[in-house]
Design a protein around this ligand. Structure first.
Ligand code: LMR
Length: 396
């Protein structure tokens, strides 16, 4: 039976990490996967996380199953982080949240919930989008359409194309929106553009699905939620899939959440019963560790303040690396203007390097970036930037 199966292609992002690990070169650099590195090239466990884990070690008394929706306190603090503790959504119980395994798990639950319980069978995604989105949504049974987003000629957002494409969406169709730090382009909507998108979703009765994986990596924890909050204030229903892989550095704990919002608490609870059913059919109930860490940190004012500081530190270091990257390219004699990289938000830079250049970087110089030309600036340090820039200057 198995001999009929054909070889799957390597994953465009995680497959690169596999290839990187096998590469024997000492000076190799992995700028493929979106993983934060500190100045010494390490991916540290945050101090706030370590302190929460110490507390958990003292207080945890059982490893019995969680409910299908996960840690109760976690679901409360997630909603407060997304919408604000004083928001109407939180105060009036208009949202219901389930802990889920990372951003990917949350998106998959959201997509299956929609496919199995609504007439909606289509999702619109930005062009380009994260390499795993299409994979997740088609596995859940959604068909995929693309809306214009990135204009390669100007290295900027083509908002008119986005609006024109979404005008042709049918009522009930899903629209995937990157809450902040658009992956892979690093280009976000302005406050005014978010308001226009919110009105369009309302008037065309589209269902926004937010992928919110980088809260705190753009302008700040609260600032980065403004797009979501603008849309949530206008549309009657939406879904959020968020992740703490990046902003808590909890990559291997697979900790995220799926949150459903509706106009009244009774509708939310009915919909949420189906979200729980979807989860039960997938992995029954989530593992506890990540949910306990995040809820311990976010419910303790001192730990939360420490975490906010740590996120600020990561965001500022990435911004510094963007500037140093652009300056070093210039110093290496690269004539092309790369200053647009400083305006991009989040972990990634959409460099404009083509497939052949990306391949040369990997083969000749041991520098791994995604085939689309996406570079993880979060993996740059003062010591590897000179090597990276020299290599880019050579392949250009
Ligand atoms: C990325 O885009 O590099 C990350 O979200 C990691 C992943 O799972 O692809």
């Amino acid at each position: 039976i198995f001999s009929q199966i054909s070889q799957a292609p390597a994953d465009p992002i995680l497959g690169l990490t596999d290839a990187f690990k096998k590469d024997p070169r000492q000076d190799k650099v992995n700028l493929g996967v979106g993983v934060y590195k500190d100045e010494s090239g390490q991916t540290p466990v945050l101090k706030s996380v370590k302190l929460a884990e110490a507390k958990m070690l003292e207080t945890e008394t059982s490893k019995t199953y969680l409910g299908i929706e996960g840690v109760q306190l976690y679901n409360k603090v997630v909603q407060e982080l997304l919408f604000g503790a004083d928001s109407k959504i939180v105060k009036e119980g208009l949202a219901a949240t389930a802990q889920a395994p990372g951003g990917t798990g949350s998106l998959r639950v959201a997509a299956e919930f929609v496919v199995n319980n609504t007439a909606s069978k289509t999702i619109w995604v930005s062009k380009p989008t994260w390499a795993n989105h299409q994979n997740i949504f088609s596995a859940a049974g959604l068909s995929i359409k693309e809306y214009g987003y990135y204009d390669a000629a100007t290295q900027s957002l083509n908002f008119d194309a986005m609006m024109a494409d979404l005008q042709s969406a049918e009522a009930g169709e899903l629209v995937l929106l990157h809450g902040c730090c658009h992956n892979p382009s690093g280009i976000d909507l302005s406050a005014e553009q978010w308001a226009v998108v919110a009105d369009l979703c309302l008037s065309k009765q589209l269902l926004p699905l937010f992928d919110f994986a980088y809260q705190g990596f753009g302008d700040g924890i609260e600032e980065d939620a403004q797009g979501l909050r603008t849309v949530a204030a206008v549309v009657p229903e939406l879904i959020v899939a968020n992740s703490f892989s990046k902003n808590f550095g909890l990559y291997n704990e697979r900790i995220g959440a799926v949150t459903v919002v509706a106009q009244d608490a009774a509708t939310v609870q009915k919909a949420f019963s189906q979200v729980k059913r979807t989860i039960r059919a997938n992995y029954s109930n989530p593992p506890a560790h990540g949910g306990l860490i995040v809820s311990t940190v976010l419910s303790d004012p001192e730990l939360k303040a420490l975490w906010v500081n740590e996120v600020t530190g990561m965001r500022q270091r990435i911004a510094e690396m963007r500037q140093l990257f652009v300056d070093t390219l210039k110093a290496e004699g690269v004539e092309q203007d790369f200053s647009f990289i400083c305006g991009q938000k989040g972990m990634f830079s959409f460099s404009g390097l083509n497939k052949a250049q990306v391949e040369r970087l990997r083969e000749e110089f041991g520098i791994y970036i995604v085939g689309s030309g996406r570079i993880s600036v979060a993996g740059m340090t003062k010591s590897n930037i000179p090597v990276i820039c020299k290599a880019i200057a050579k392949v250009l």
